[in-house]
Structures are given as structure tokens and as C-alpha cells.
Ligand binder design. Structure first.
Ligand SMILES: Cc1cc2nc3c(=O)[nH]c(=O)nc-3n(C[C@H](O)[C@H](O)[C@H](O)COP(=O)(O)OP(=O)(O)OC[C@H]3O[C@@H](n4cnc5c(N)ncnc54)[C@H](O)[C@@H]3O)c2cc1C
Ligand code: HEM
Length: 393
């Protein structure tokens, strides 16, 4: 239990963290990744380079310090961190490493005069409180994943039973448990963690499950990123018959139960979780407005499948927007997705549920359009294919 004095000292550090929070976490990551190679595989180096991950952690630490009197106010943030941690298999024994590096970084960035022994002792106690909270919540998720039929804990080996090229940039991998055992269901919208060893170095990444649960296999659909380590490896090296190591499905960007019309609005490879949501919802007869944006037909994945579903299910409307169409390519709109176009494609009644995903500028645009079109904010859901960050509007 945190003492009143500890709480007061932590809260007093909030203004300092607000101005220097990112410098602190940048420094923290430098120390941790430099001195603790054992935790390096969990962290995506590209997220460090872009600053997104240090920013996400700085935001987490700040929220925590601000709400130290009322930890329940952290609610949604805790859930998000827990799911991300679980998907990459953060373990209890790694918390002391993070704690020690964070305290050292506080001392070195703020200096001994500000970060006195007393302040550091308060932060150590506060960190322990948050760590205990996260470790407990993460264990609950690990245990639930392991105990469900077809579930597991840690890695499980999956055979690539099918590999399908979906577009110039995207390849799908159909994955079946190599042990021949049952396969756990998941919530449409969730993602798995993938653990690979490439050129002797361990790396972990998340990939959304791009087809609804079927009890037999999972499908992931991977866009090849220029210079991307894992996507390049999957595209170039991984073939049918090979095995991949998976952590169980996790994630909170999931289809919530509702009977309202559903808008799935995606761009590029952001289509993947929307595909499993769509497939899961189609049998219910719920109206779905599926809007997808791509540069052009060459990089547009799953179009034929979606057109086929729209032909079979009258409640599904499928719209396509190309920003850079090539000659003779057909689309329902050209250019960036405009508010007017979105207004035409959504049901006139704006009491709908919207889920959207794509590059960050696309998501900021969609979020703004939805707000201006009167879709209630609480009914708009999105996720990032990387560390969570603010969507400026
Ligand atoms: C919840 C979630 C779901 C996801 N679902 C999908 C999905 O369904 N399909 C999909 O394709 N992706 C998905 N992703 C993204 C995926 O996890 C990977 O981030 C993506 O495949 C790129 O990984 P990579 O190893 O190929 O690229 P990385 O090696 O991580 O590189 C990414 C980019 O950063 C650059 N870069 C790398 N290191 C540095 C550095 N040190 N300095 C500067 N630049 C650098 C690279 O050149 C490249 O352009 C998802 C991510 C999350 C978080
Ligand atoms: C109290 C301690 C911790 C806090 C407050 C915390 C907070 C966070 C936050 C806010 C995120 C971003 C979530 C998102 O993007 O949605 C995150 C991601 C992550 N955390 Fe933690 N974390 C803690 C401990 C740990 C520990 C002990 C590890 C293991 C070494 C760890 C590993 C990770 C990893 C691997 C990611 C994803 C990084 C990426 O996207 O590249 N965290 N954490």
C-alpha cells in the first residue's frame, strides 16, 4: 500500500514529467535495451526509432501519476496495456528490470537535486503498486487463454497449411496447430503474437486474425513493408509446410455486441481485423457498410471476396475508394475519402457502430468525418498497428 507521503511525492513529479516525460522514457529505453539484451526481442525497434513507443509509455506513466489517488480512473488504459503485454508475452520477472531502469532514468534525467532518495523511494513504491496491478491482470488473461478449449500459454507451433497472395503487397498465411490439437476461438478483431528468430535474432510482432474463428486454423495477412524485418522474412522465406511460433490471440479492438448498423472503414492492410469482424457478423443479418481505401487495384486485397459476400448478403454494402487509380481501374470514388462521400455511404440514421483502421492520417480523417457526421463518439472504435497514440483532430 502506498503511503500518503509517497503519493504526494509522486504527484509532485507530474508537472516535471509532463514537460520532460518523453526525454525520460527515451533515456529509460536506452538504458534498458542497452543493458538488458534479454528483453530486447519484445520491443519493436521501428517503434523506438519513430518515438511512438517512448511516447506511449510516457503517456502511461503520466496517467498513472495523475490518478495515483484513484487507480480505477486508469481503467481503459490498463486494459490496453495488459492486452499489448500479453500479446507479446511480458512476464512477471521482467518487471523488476523495467522498474530499476525507470528509477535510474528518473535520477539521471531529473538530476539528484530533484530526484532525491525520498522521491525515488516514492516512485519505487508507486511502480511496485502499478506492476502488481498489471502482473495480476496479465496472469488472469494468460490463465483464461490457457484454460479455454484449444487454448495455450506461451508459444505454440503452427504449420503454414496455405499461403495465398492477396495483392501486390499482401500475402495470407493459414496456420494450423502443428500438434494436431484443438484450436481456441478468439474475438473478431483480435491479433496474435508471432515469435521468430531471424539471422539469429529473436523478434516478436503482432498480426490481426483476418478470418473469423473456425476451430481449425487461423489466418494472418501480412503486408510487405519496405525494409521490414519480419514482413520481409514472411514474404520471402516462409512457405507452406513451415512452422511459426504463435502467442495466443489478444486485443481489445473487438466487435461489441450490438444490433445497430455497422460501418467498417479501413485503408490498406488495416482491412485485416475488419475481415474477421465482417465474416463473424454476416450470418446475423446485421446491416454492414464496408468501406475500403487503397492506392489502386494492384495493392487492393480481398476485393473479389468482398464483392462475392456482397452478392450473397443483401445487407452488406461494399464501397471502394482509390487514391491513385491506374488507367481503367474501377472504384466508387477517387482521391482521399471525403466527408461527403462517407456521408453518402453511411446509413442516413447516424446511430451506428463504426470501426476504423489504417495509417494514422487516415484514422485522424475518419475520426473527424464521423464526428462531423454525428456518429456518437462512444460508438467509434479504432486501433493502431503499433503503439497507441493520440489522433489529432
Ligand atoms: C495490433 C496489431 C495488429 C497488426 N496487424 C497487422 C496485420 O494484420 N497485417 C500486417 O501486415 N501488419 C500488422 N501489424 C503490423 C506488424 O506488427 C508489423 O509492425 C509490420 O509487419 C512491420 O514489421 P516488420 O518487422 O516487417 O518491419 P520493421 O522491421 O518493424 O520495420 C518497419 C518500418 O520501420 C523501418 N525501421 C525499422 N527499424 C528502424 C530503425 N531502427 N530506424 C528507422 N526505421 C526503422 C523499416 O525500414 C520499415 O519501414 C499489426 C500491428 C499491431 C500492433
Ligand atoms: C508498470 C510497468 C509498465 C507500464 C506502465 C507499461 C506501459 C506500457 C504502455 C503504455 C505501452 C503501450 C501500449 C500500447 O501501445 O497500446 C506498453 C507497451 C509495451 N510494453 Fe509495457 N509497461 C510496463 C512494464 C513492461 C514490462 C515489464 C515489459 C517487459 C519487458 C514491457 C514491455 C512492453 C512491450 C514489449 C510493449 C509493446 C512495445 C512495442 O509496441 O514495440 N512493459 N507498455
Amino acid at each position: 500500500m502506498l503511503s500518503a507521503q509517497h503519493r504526494a511525492l509522486v504527484k509532485a513529479t507530474v508537472p516535471l514529467l509532463e514537460t520532460g516525460g518523453e526525454a525520460l522514457t527515451q533515456h529509460f529505453y536506452r538504458i534498458m535495451l542497452g543493458e538488458h539484451p534479454e528483453v530486447r526481442p519484445l520491443f519493436n525497434q521501428a517503434h523506438q526509432a519513430s518515438g511512438d513507443q517512448p511516447r506511449a509509455l510516457a503517456n502511461g506513466v503520466l496517467m498513472y501519476a495523475r490518478h495515483i489517488d484513484r487507480l480505477e480512473a486508469l481503467g481503459p488504459l490498463v486494459g490496453q496495456i495488459v492486452q499489448k503485454h500479453v500479446s507479446l508475452q511480458v512476464l512477471p520477472e521482467q518487471y523488476p528490470i523495467v522498474g530499476a531502469c525507470l528509477l535510474r532514468a528518473i535520477r539521471e534525467v531529473l538530476g539528484e537535486e530533484v530526484a532525491t532518495d525520498e522521491v525515488l523511494a516514492a516512485w519505487a513504491a508507486a511502480y511496485q503498486q502499478l506492476a502488481d496491478l498489471l502482473i495480476g491482470a496479465e496472469e488472469e488473461v494468460y490463465a483464461a487463454s490457457a484454460s479455454q478449449p484449444g487454448g495455450w500459454r506461451g508459444t505454440r507451433s503452427f504449420e503454414v497449411v496455405r499461403r495465398v497472395r492477396e495483392s501486390d503487397e499482401i500475402v495470407s498465411f493459414h496456420l494450423r496447430p502443428a500438434d494436431g490439437g484443438a484450436l481456441a476461438d478468439f474475438l473478431p478483431g483480435q491479433y496474435i503474437g508471432l515469435r521468430l528468430v531471424i539471422d539469429g535474432e529473436e523478434v516478436r510482432r503482432n498480426y490481426s486474425l483476418s478470418a473469423a474463428p473456425n476451430g481449425r486454423d487461423y489466418r494472418i495477412s501480412v503486408k510487405r513493408e519496405a525494409g521490414g524485418k519480419v514482413s520481409g522474412h514472411l514474404h520471402e522465406q516462409v512457405k507452406e509446410g513451415d512452422c511459426l511460433e504463435l502467442f495466443p490471440p489478444a486485443g481489445e479492438f473487438v466487435l461489441r455486441p450490438s444490433r445497430k448498423p455497422l460501418a467498417l472503414i479501413t485503408a490498406g492492410v488495416g482491412i485485416t481485423p475488419a475481415l474477421s469482424m465482417l465474416e463473424a457478423v454476416l450470418p446475423s443479418g446485421r446491416p454492414v457498410h464496408f468501406i475500403h481505401c487503397a492506392r489502386h487495384a494492384g495493392v487492393h486485397a480481398f476485393r473479389d471476396w468482398l464483392d462475392g459476400q456482397a452478392a450473397k448478403h443483401p445487407q452488406l454494402r461494399h464501397y471502394v475508394c482509390y487514391s491513385e487509380p491506374r488507367p481503367d481501374e474501377r472504384a466508387d470514388a477517387v482521391g482521399l475519402l471525403s466527408r461527403e462521400r462517407l456521408a453518402d455511404w453511411l446509413p442516413a440514421e447516424r446511430d451506428l457502430d463504426a470501426y476504423f483502421l489504417g495509417p494514422k492520417p487516415f484514422m485522424a480523417l475518419v475520426k473527424r468525418h464521423l464526428r462531423e457526421l454525428g456518429v456518437p463518439e462512444g460508438q467509434c472504435h479504432y486501433e493502431f498497428f503499433g503503439p497507441a497514440s493520440a489522433l489529432d483532430n
